[in-house]
Design a protein around this ligand. Structure first.
Ligand SMILES: [Zn+2]
Length: 755
């Protein structure tokens, strides 16, 4: 890795214009009998509920063009099986691996001497678009070859690794046969309704997209480094070393990373970004530069706007796309890589333009900024702060990093976390002086050093440094009933329990100050209700994080070291579990969940001719606001967390070992509380909360996931309840019967043979 800036500049990818001098796309198979094939959607469908967004990438494949039989000159272009059929040092070992597993013939090329016409490769549906459309619409879509063709053939020169051939094609998909009117949208479109697309945002029945397919000589000189699950990296290449089967498992995973030794990693921004977005993405994206510098790669990374004359689809460049979709969806950080080694050859980030819409709506809902004295600038500041985080996050994926959802107590949270906004109450008003963290956290510095200083000879070198920085990723974080007590998404960057009280205070203030000033002047009337949902459920993610403490465990990712193991689990301390229960129970009170009188008259359906947008409470009142449905949702948010079968099973086990909050306390605070409430409180909130908790308990009792011993224990923990109110008594009797007669399943014995 050169440390001299001039040297780095000279080692830039060549800025030559791509060469469009070829009449037909040909590949020299004598020079490159094997080559990498990548694909990129350069003209997307435009609906995140379906997929195939502009800027998304297909699989990374190693292909070869086999010789034909000599009669028609046709050769098959075949994807080799790099995951399974790619191991061994001797010819015999390599043959055994290759011949043991299927390959995938993709297209037929025409051979003329050393050259193969690879046009057909451009029409391969690498993005599985036909499948995506078929799944989304529940009807079969097929590629229409008559309406698909190669439109551009380009060569992109490279100094060291050989030139890249790029084919751009239009691919058209059509329903296999006509079908009656589609039922309803399957995407989560925010504007499904009058005059808006119900199927996909294409003007007619066929769906035409644009795809770039590139052929790239096999890179050389990149030594793969085995994957280490402790450093925050994403697994890249997966191969199976069957020649080593006598020594260890066949599967070998490699770290996914860029080659940094020869030139800096540069990401270029889509020039279509609006100015303020571009500014935010530039700042956030460039945060990583400090970590590369600290890791010994000064000048090794930067983000800049795509210069005039360069192309977004230039396969030599890492790109941040600004992509529009008809619905709001996720942003992605992806890469095209070498599947043999994990080397990232092109980082591709897709930033969805409507992502900011929800951030803006949340900020508006909490701040009510559009009063007589408009505070719109506060909203803009929050959106910009979130975008800086998002840019760093998605680029983080494209340089090789996984999520870390347990950084809320780090000195600065990781940009690879999902951050929640930080609001505070000052003089009876909600304020957001620092809505999101600025810059990288210590975990981000550590993971850059760990990933990019690892070597093939020595592996990961930072083991042992900053050991207190906890790392927990998706598998242990994504579901609400997850066992891990330290990871959660969209929460405040501070200890979970104090933050629970803070978010409750912000919610109370925002509800007290709620007014039509939560929406910009000129908005449709139903936008007020959409903002109300966001305030009313403001505590939802912090509540999930607190619930994870109850019956939760802590562990750390570790590998074994002879008789040493640093990854053992332990139960979350009982005091934390008790405090979490107390905090959550407060969210089940009628005072907390009642809908304030001054708000209710503002909650109206859309005006005629305006579609209702996603993300609203259910209604059993036709279009009128349904207070019972809203309060029920608010109560069930907490009841579902506390009565999750998996959580109750873990608590039962922890209680047996003298740990964890008492199972009886959880049942008393939920089901027992509901019975008392239904006997004593006939208010709208009392009724809705009480019945919601009993309904959730009924579902828990009926769940296959609940151990029968736990099921019985939950009921016995409540003692001999005799509700006074007839309606409650009958319901309670039914629950008792359900508890004792529920079908319980027996788990299968794990597979043991062959031995
Ligand atoms: Zn992510």
């Amino acid at each position: 890795m050169p440390d001299n800036q001039d040297q780095l500049q000279q080692d830039q990818p060549r800025e030559d214009q791509p060469r469009e001098d070829q009449l037909r796309p040909v590949w020299n198979v004598a020079e490159h009998p094997e080559f990498l094939v990548h694909s990129l959607i350069i003209g997307g469908i435009g609906m995140s509920g379906i997929g195939a967004d502009r800027g998304s990438v297909g699989p990374s494949l190693v292909c070869r063009a086999d010789a034909g039989d000599g009669r028609d000159g046709r050769v098959l272009i075949t994807a080799t099986n790099t995951a399974y059929g790619f191991s061994g040092c001797t010819d015999a070992e390599r043959d055994a691996a290759r011949e043991s597993f299927a390959e995938s013939a993709l297209a037929a090329g025409i051979r003329d001497g050393d050259l193969v016409d690879v046009s057909a490769l451009a029409l391969v549906d690498f993005g599985t678009v036909a499948q995506l459309l078929s799944d989304a619409k529940d009807r079969t879509f097929v590629l229409d070859r008559d309406l698909s063709r190669v439109e551009r053939v380009t060569t992109y020169e490279q100094d060291h690794q050989g030139d890249i051939l790029a084919l751009e094609a239009v691919l058209t998909f059509r329903p296999e046969k006509a079908q009656p009117t589609p039922k309803e949208a399957t995407g989560h479109s925010p504007r499904v309704g009058f005059g808006e697309p119900l199927v996909f945002p294409a003007p007619a029945d066929t769906v035409t997209i644009r795809q770039q397919v590139t052929l790239r000589p096999l890179p050389t000189g990149f030594d793969p480094v085995p994957f280490d699950p402790t450093i925050g990296a994403m697994p890249g290449g997966v191969v199976h070393a069957f020649d080593k089967i006598a020594e260890h498992d066949a599967q070998v995973r490699y770290l996914r990373r860029h080659r940094i030794a020869e030139r800096p990693i540069v990401f270029y921004l889509d020039p279509a970004m609006p100015e303020v977005i571009k500014d935010a993405v530039l700042v956030g994206g460039n945060w990583w530069a400090a970590a590369f510098e600290a890791a010994g790669f000064p000048g090794g990374y930067r983000v800049e706007v795509l210069p005039d004359g360069r192309e977004l689809q230039d396969p030599r460049l890492n790109i941040v796309y600004w992509t529009h979709r008809a619905d709001r969806g996720w942003s992605y950080g992806m890469s095209q890589s070498d599947p043999r080694t994990g080397e990232i050859l092109r980082g591709n980030v897709v930033l969805g333009s409507q992502r900011v819409e929800q951030v803006r709506a949340m900020a508006e809902a909490v701040l009510a900024p559009y009063g007589a004295e408009s505070r719109r600038d506060l909203v803009d500041r929050i959106v910009a702060a979130r975008l800086r985080q998002l840019a760093a996050h998605e680029i983080g994926h494209a340089i090789g990093f996984a999520h870390n959802f347990a950084t809320q107590t780090h000195q600065v949270p990781s940009v690879m976390d999902y951050p929640g906004p930080v609001y505070e109450v000052v003089d009876g008003q909600v304020r957001a002086p620092e809505p999101y963290a600025t810059g990288l956290g210590p975990w981000d510095f550590r993971q850059v050093k760990a990933l990019y200083s690892a070597t093939a000879d020595q592996g990961v070198l930072v083991t042992g440094e900053d050991d207190e920085l906890i790392f927990i990723t998706d598998a242990d974080s994504r579901v609400d009933e997850a066992a891990d007590g330290s990871s959660a998404t969209w929460i405040m960057p501070r200890p979970v329990l104090p933050a629970l009280a803070e978010v409750a205070a912000v919610r109370a203030t925002a509800l007290a100050n709620f007014s039509p000033a939560v929406v910009p002047p000129g908005s449709d009337s139903n936008e007020i209700e959409r903002r109300f949902v966001l305030v009313y459920l403001l505590h939802r993610y912090q509540a999930i994080a607190a619930a994870k403490l109850i019956g939760g465990i802590t562990r750390r990712y570790a590998t074994t070291d002879h008789d040493q193991f640093a990854g053992s689990w332990s139960a979350v301390p009982q005091q934390d579990q008790d405090d979490a229960l107390a905090g959550l129970v407060a969210f089940l009170s009628p005072e907390f969940l009642a809908i304030p009188d001054h708000i209710r008259p503002l909650l109206v359906p859309p005006s005629g001719g305006v579609g209702r947008r996603e993300g609203q409470f259910g209604r059993q009142t036709a279009e009128a606001f349904d207070g019972t449905a809203a309060i029920t949702a608010g109560a069930d948010l907490i009841a579902e967390l506390l009565l999750a079968p998996e959580r109750l099973n873990r608590l039962t086990e922890q209680n047996r070992n003298g740990a964890g909050v008492d199972l009886g306390a959880v049942l008393t605070a939920t089901v027992g509380y509901a019975l008392d409430l239904l006997d004593a409180d006939r208010s709208e909130a009392g009724e809705a909360i009480g019945w919601a908790i009993l309904r959730r308990y009924e579902q828990t009792l009926e769940s296959d996931a609940l151990h029968h011993a736990t099921r019985v224990a939950t009921f016995e923990a409540l003692g001999d309840r005799e509700p006074a109110r007839k309606a409650v008594k009958h319901r309670w009797d039914a629950l008792e019967k359900a508890a004792y007669t529920a079908k319980a399943k027996l788990p299968p014995l794990p597979l043991g043979t062959p031995i």
